[in-house]
Design a protein around this ligand. Sequence first.
Ligand SMILES: *Cc1c(COP(=O)(O)O)cnc(C)c1O
Length: 337
Amino acid sequence: MIDLRSDTVTRPTAAMRQAMAAAEVGDDVFGDDPTVNQLQDKLAELTGHEAGLFFPSGTQSNLAALMAHCGRGEEFIIGSLGHSFKYEAGGAAVLGSLWPCSIEYEADGTLDLKKVAAHIKPDDAHFAHTRLLVLENTQSGRVLPLAYIKEAAAFARDHRLGFHLDGARVFNAAVKLGVPVHEITQHFDSVSICLSKGLGCPIGTVLVGKRELIRKAHRARKILGGGMRQAGMLAAAGLYALEYHVQRLAEDHANTRKLAEGLARIKQIKIDPAIVQTNMVFAAIAPEHVQPLTAHLKSTGILILPNANLRLVTHLDVSAADVERVIVAFRGYFAGR
Ligand SMILES: *Cc1c(COP(=O)(O)O)cnc(C)c1O
């Protein structure tokens, strides 16, 4: 199957599995797992931060970061399509007693800092204290401009806000910009980085930040049930991915562009290939095509999520030849309709 539903569907390669099987392990709740420690240190170093902390998921890493930045009843500002606002089941409110303030993203995936400023609450008993600004990079496949990130960091400092990046796919952003990842991540107080997306690991996210913030996040991770034991087998996949699966993200970006250009030649598909930046294509089709198209693709060995607003995601299990097959299958469906 060619699975375009997400970049989370990758299966660990044989070499990654070997690295996992060979990992030295210990009890990470005691801080004893050398491979987990190595992964945490490695990502801290790569991102320009003091410390790292390994989590089972990005959802938990983001939540622990929010809880480390904000106390009970305090507020964080985030995009209305931000993962921690929309796609984490309200965990910040349910488990963190935190209050989200959401703002619409601009067309480039940034938050307009004038709008953010207007949502920072004055010190008045009516309002929750505003503590944190959260950005996402990539945001729906879009790469935040470096100049904007620097401006937003200065803004957060001026307004005494913490500055967190949901960097689930920040390596896609770095590869796209052609810069080392620290050029992006060093401007934030904390960054959550998924290993289980384009980097191809079966599981895992690392949160990086200042030592004191990571200490707080470590306590939050315990509360959230994320303390793991011989997790070095999972961390070994992460170390492997950092070595072998980062630069190859450029192949995914090239494949995505080819896919977008191929689909743009089909008149029933609305798509602007110019906006494709990393590993996601967004395209619109008429609602009546959703079910039959999904079924047709499935019958030819291609999986997509059924939606009139299609999101197609490439990853290390999708080759350039697969992309050709996908374009042919889409053409086959729409021919004569
Ligand atoms: C996938 C993702 C996460 C974390 O998701 P998990 O499935 O919990 O690992 C966080 N933020 C963004 C933007 C994501 O795409």
